[in-house]
Design a protein around this ligand. Structure first.
Ligand code: XMP
Length: 514
């Protein structure tokens, strides 16, 4: 059994990034809520402990806490931000409230010869995000870094604990990954144990753990995207495919060739795919629904209804529903690890599930990031072009067709999307963007075509670059390229007469419009 690094999530928006960085460094880690640590024996299968940041103040009575006494833990510990303050507070240090929140880039000066800052500059930029500060050290601790404003930025007890007021997991901390690497490899002396093969082993372990029956009946919901297709393949590798029903629902919110493409792929994988045509049901239920969260919830629960009906038609008693849910879907929808991160959107495969479903959900990828699923797909030797496809959200065009969803508007959006993506591929631009798509706005403007007046809707092109969808920058396509696409669209799609380019990053925007 592989021993993992345990990350306790105190609710920071960045906790997933700690996990991600550690996996990139080649080590297996798990993120758990603070209540996971009930007793010291819960640490037996772990080789180091990391305490994340979080939105609370340790000075508040309601702030999250561990049941175990920090001073009794012998494993190496790294505290980050709230974790830093928690350690200091619990071990007798003094945390004080500051009037000004320190947020953003700060320069720190590190002390010489500390293993944590090995081969990093004495003066370096780090990312801070805190209100309270440490102003008296706990006993037997020393300072190993301070900011220019004299704020204590890093401490150690020279035994098993390091703690950082800043966030080494975010890219803005320019030496953050080296600092984490120093902690894990130089200080803890750990050996790498996480490779692409382990991704596969881990999926197998998850399946062994979650499925009790020998020949379970499984429904695998296939969306046509990379995640659920890799999942289908992983299931077929690890389980008897005779009882797995791969089901694809055409909900009318798909792109032009999604259904044809997925049928082709499953044929090449020699897996049987059941296609359910539910276009009318979805479009009818979404009629006049403009609120994004309502749309997401309706789409989510309709999916389950469609599956339920399909299950009934199979006349089998118990079922598992396998979904390609990723870690990012969960972290932005609900507080999966028990932390306090805010709900941004209800991802259809999480927030929209009704309470009375009569089957068990299995989500073998729920701890993985998008690029890890892609790696797994490549490990399974799935088609490279397919694996590098841009992500497409579960609710599909439903959250890109702003305002009223009608068959006609969906058709318009489908045409625009097809023209746009085809153009990007033809000009070798597709891979320059992490995700590129079109959005249809219910905003009409006056135009002129030929000699005639037009009064039609607006479409927005959105192209972003990202690593995991959690943050994103706008893809810098030249204005000439965008103008060319705009002309193509307006010439071919009569229902729009204006094309805009979305130039907002995430945050403050999100990638999808709804
Ligand atoms: P946002 O809009 O939250 O998108 O910045 C981040 C990434 O997630 C995709 N996305 C979804 N994927 N179900 C999914 O499977 C969903 O409900 C969903 N909503 C957004 C989005 O396309 C982007 O890649």
């Amino acid at each position: 059994m592989i021993k993992s690094i345990l990350i306790i999530d105190f609710g920071s928006q960045y906790t997933h990034l700690i996990g991600r960085k550690i996996r990139e460094l080649g080590l297996f880690c798990e993120i758990k809520p603070s209540k996971y640590l009930d007793s010291l024996s819960d640490l037996d299968n772990h080789q180091a402990l990391i305490l994340s940041g979080g939105p609370d103040s340790v000075l508040s009575k309601k702030s999250p806490s561990l049941k175990v006494d920090i001073s009794q833990i012998t494993l190496p510990i790294l505290g980050i931000c709230y974790g830093f303050q928690y350690i200091a507070h619990k071990l007798g240090g003094k945390i004080v409230k500051k009037d000004n929140r320190e947020y953003g880039n700060t320069t720190i000066e590190t002390s010489a010869f500390n293993i944590l800052f090995n081969k990093t500059p004495r003066s370096q930029t780090v990312w801070m995000s805190h209100g309270d500060s440490l102003n008296k050290l706990p006993k037997n601790f020393k300072i190993i870094a301070k900011t220019k404003n004299n704020i204590i930025a890093a401490i150690t007890n020279n035994k098993n604990i390091y703690a950082l007021q800043f966030h080494p997991e975010v890219t803005h901390s320019e030496n953050g990954k080296n600092i984490l690497s120093n902690f894990l490899f130089k200080f803890c002396k750990l050996k790498k144990n996480w490779t692409d093969t382990n991704l596969n082993n881990n999926v197998k372990k998850y399946l062994d753990f979650s499925i009790e029956e020998k020949n379970p009946n499984i429904i695998c919901a296939v969306s046509g995207g990379v995640d659920s297709t890799v999942l289908a393949f992983a299931l077929s590798k690890h389980l008897n495919t005779k009882n797995i029903h791969f089901v694809f629902v055409n909900n009318g919110l798909l792109r032009k060739y999604d259904e044809a493409n997925i049928q082709k792929i499953f044929k090449s994988l020699k897996l049987k795919l059941k296609v359910i045509d539910a276009q009318n049901i979805f479009v009818k239920k979404l009629k006049n629904i403009k609120d994004p969260e309502k749309k997401r919830k309706i789409i989510g629960s309709l999916f389950i209804d469609v599956f339920n009906n399909y299950l009934k038609s199979l006349k089998k008693k118990s079922f598992y529903l396998a979904q390609g849910t990723l870690y990012t879907d969960i972290i932005e929808s609900t507080s999966y690890h028990g932390g306090k991160s805010a709900t941004i959107k209800s991802h259809h495969n999480v927030g929209g599930l009704p309470k009375d479903i009569n089957f068990k959900i299995i989500e073998p990828f729920k701890e993985l990031f998008k690029d890890e699923v892609r790696k797994l797909g490549l490990y399974f030797k799935l088609n490279k072009d397919f694996i590098s496809r841009h992500p497409f959200p579960g609710p599909g065009l439903g959250i890109r067709c702003i305002g009223n969803i009608t068959k006609e508007r969906l058709e318009t959006l489908r045409e625009i999307d097809e023209i746009f993506i085809k153009y990007l591929r033809a000009h070798n631009l597709y891979d320059l963007s992490w995700q590129a798509f079109a959005v249809l706005l219910p905003v009409r403007s006056v135009g002129v075509m030929g000699d005639a007046r037009t009064y039609e809707e607006t479409c927005v092109l959105r192209c972003i670059n990202s690593i995991d969808g959690m943050t994103a920058n706008v893809t810098n396509f030249p204005i000439e390229t965008l103008s060319e696409v705009a002309t193509l669209i307006i010439n071919k799609v009569p229902k729009v007469n204006k094309v805009l380019y979305d130039v907002t990053s995430k945050p403050p925007s999100t990638i999808e419009w709804e």
